[in-house]
Design a protein around this ligand. Structure first.
Ligand code: PHE
Length: 344
């Protein structure tokens, strides 16, 4: 009997000492399992007297129950403690401010391109694209620059082979669009994209730059439509106060052709160093689509007329943002690019 009480005392102490569920389980095995001292004590019952046996059995069962109960209680305590520890270690403070993820900014050429697309889409134009690797036929011949034409000199480029080259302007997209329409107007498209020329790079020249072509073809299209359209463009891109001026020029694919100047945004037309004292700044080339180009591209020049223009995106961006070096667009200096951050 004393033995049993001793076992109970010892068991209870060891249960209390268990600091985790694993330890508690080994306590359970050693006191309630087959090889436990209680079990051993019960075996000795056989040799006891009849009257002692009953009370001994009762007590040993009681001890077993007490130990089992103490283990259950301790188990519940330990489980709760373990859960609390886990909750504490996995706790996430959702009120903590996060690390700031740097946000990139659009390249200024993309900003100008997006602005142009938005403006012209609003006037019912569609956006068309063509290949940067172009054939001689599309880049030159459809644009009324046959082989040997002197105006090809101004647009020397990188050749893939004799008849394949990096396009020198976005004008070949005009031919792609017209041929696709199979002689049926109207057409109203802008075609932004990269172009290439064999130029020596300096502050205002780059062997790769971006243009945006415009092409409108319909019945009864006049130079007045071209002028009105360019005026809307100039005011949208450079400010409401801008005026435009058309000067006679020459492009093989337009007739008549014009260079388009805008009144200087710096001095308002009085004359300053940006406009070299003239009050005007040249921004693009344009003209009425040459009837020969219409014909080559499947349109009847007796029925349809059209105008076209080609805007230099770098030139626009440089004027708009007061830049003096075209190389800044391509150096990818973050200090330059960050100025166009959407945070303003
Ligand atoms: N393609 C001409 C250039 O690159 C620009 C232009 C386009 C002129 C359309 C007239 C009409 O210089």
């Amino acid at each position: 009997m004393d033995e049993l009480l001793k076992i109970r005392e010892e068991a209870i102490r060891r249960i209390k000492e268990a600091s985790n569920l694993k330890d508690l389980n080994s306590v359970r095995v050693s006191y309630l399992g087959k090889k436990s001292p209680i079990q051993a004590a019960m075996k000795s019952m056989k040799t006891m007297k009849q009257e002692d046996r009953a009370s001994f059995g009762k007590i040993s069962n009681q001890v077993k129950q007490e130990i089992a109960k103490a283990i259950e209680e301790m188990k519940a305590n330990l489980e709760e403690a373990e859960m609390n520890a886990r909750l504490a270690s996995e706790r996430i403070d959702i009120t903590l401010p996060s690390n700031v993820v740097p946000i990139g900014s659009l390249h200024p050429i993309s900003v100008v391109k997006d602005e142009l697309e938005e403006l012209f889409l609003g006037m019912g134009y569609e956006v068309a694209e063509g290949p940067e690797v172009e054939t001689d036929i599309f880049n030159f011949q459809y644009m009324n620059l046959p082989k040997g034409h002197p105006a090809r000199d101004m647009q020397d480029t990188f050749y893939i082979d004799e008849n394949t080259l990096m396009r020198t302007h976005t004008s070949p997209v005009q031919a792609h669009v017209m041929l696709e329409k199979e002689g049926k107007g109207p057409i109203k498209v802008i075609c932004p994209g990269k172009v290439y020329r064999r130029d020596d790079d300096d502050a205002t020249h780059s062997h790769q730059f971006a243009q945006c072509e415009g092409l409108v073809i319909d019945k009864n299209i006049t130079m007045g439509d071209l002028k009105g359209t360019l005026e809307v463009f100039a005011k949208h891109m450079f400010g409401e106060k801008r005026e435009i001026r058309l000067r006679p020029s020459y492009f093989p694919f337009t007739e008549p052709s014009v260079e388009v100047d805008i009144s200087c945004m710096n001095c308002g037309g009085k004359g300053c160093n940006i406009c070299k004292g003239t009050g005007w700044i040249e921004v693009l080339g344009a003209g009425m689509v040459n009837p020969h180009v219409l014909e080559m591209c499947g349109f009847d020049p007796e029925v349809y007329q059209g105008f076209a223009f080609g805007i230099g995106l770098e030139r626009c961006a440089m004027l708009k943002y007061g830049m003096d070096n075209i190389r800044d667009f391509f150096n990818n200096d973050l200090r330059f690019l960050e100025q166009f951050s959407r945070k303003g």
